[in-house]
Write a protein that binds this ligand. Structure first.
Ligand code: PEP
Length: 252
């Protein structure tokens, strides 16, 4: 039985004061209404350490939104942050291969896999993002494109416990559009089958597959009840404590 994971990706949002307020709101909401799912917050690097301190002793985990693909965990890589550094300030998860990084910063499957491998080596859990564009969906290539991403972006040195795959159709991110539950179920089953090819049955069964893309309080319960959906990766709605909590509270 895979434990559901509700993860917030703050992207490039948050300054010291407003982030403390947001975290305090989430903490007090979870104290009032505990949930059964794992809860993860991924603030920008600048806030990782302070958010990690703020959530200490609570059920909330902290993650980063990216790590370096450099072959070493320290050295002459100006501007880079290694997975080991993220672990050092309290992160236990790292997102890699978000579609914004693939599209805006040209990250290939090879780069994403190198990042994911660094994440696992540092003892963190990797959240590897995959997802098709609207053009790819409309031309009937969604399953093939996402299958390729899974096969070439996911690390293989894992028993499945420290790997999460986030299926995020690019056209659903920040747009208010969501795929049908049938499409989500089909894609998640296909991702599980690819993981089976890559990791073998036992490990593949342990990997959590999240859905991401315009998850809101109004659609969360339905999306999270789809077969093989083991949680959600949430962008916009994770920036409002009430919305993030309402999504988490669908998992009591
Ligand atoms: C995301 O970018 O990971 C995401 C899911 O964003 P949103 O929830 O805003 O669509």
């Amino acid at each position: 039985m895979r434990q559901k994971l509700i993860a917030g990706n703050w992207k490039m949002n948050g300054l010291k004061a407003d982030s403390q307020e947001l975290v305090a709101g989430i903490l007090s909401g979870l104290r009032a209404t505990p949930v059964s799912a794992d809860i993860l917050i991924c603030p920008p690097f600048t806030l990782t350490a302070s958010v990690a301190v703020a959530v200490q002793g609570s059920p909330i985990c902290v993650g980063v939104q990216d790590v370096s693909d450099a072959p070493k965990s320290s050295g002459a890589y100006t501007g880079e942050i290694s997975a080991e550094m993220a672990a050092d300030i309290g992160a236990t998860y790292a997102i890699v291969g978000h579609s914004e990084r693939r599209a805006m910063y040209g990250e290939s499957n090879t780069v994403v896999r190198a990042k994911a491998e660094n994440v696992l080596k540092a003892g963190l859990t990797a959240i590897v993002c995959v997802g098709e564009t609207l053009e790819e969906r409309e031309s009937g290539q969604a399953l093939a494109v996402v299958g390729e991403q899974v096969m070439h972006s996911c690390p293989t040195q894992t028993d499945g416990t420290n790997l999460v795959v986030a299926y995020e159709p690019v056209w659903a991110i920040g747009t208010g559009k969501v795929p049908t539950t049938a499409d989500v179920a089909e894609m998640h089953a296909s991702i599980r089958a690819r993981l089976n090819d890559l990791l073998g049955h036992e490990a593949a069964e342990r990997v959590r597959i999240l859905y991401g893309g315009s998850v809101k309080p109004a659609n969360a319960a339905e999306l999270l009840s789809v077969s093989d959906v083991d949680g959600a990766l949430i962008g916009g709605a994770s920036l409002k404590a009430a919305d993030f909590l309402a999504i988490a509270e669908t998992q009591k």
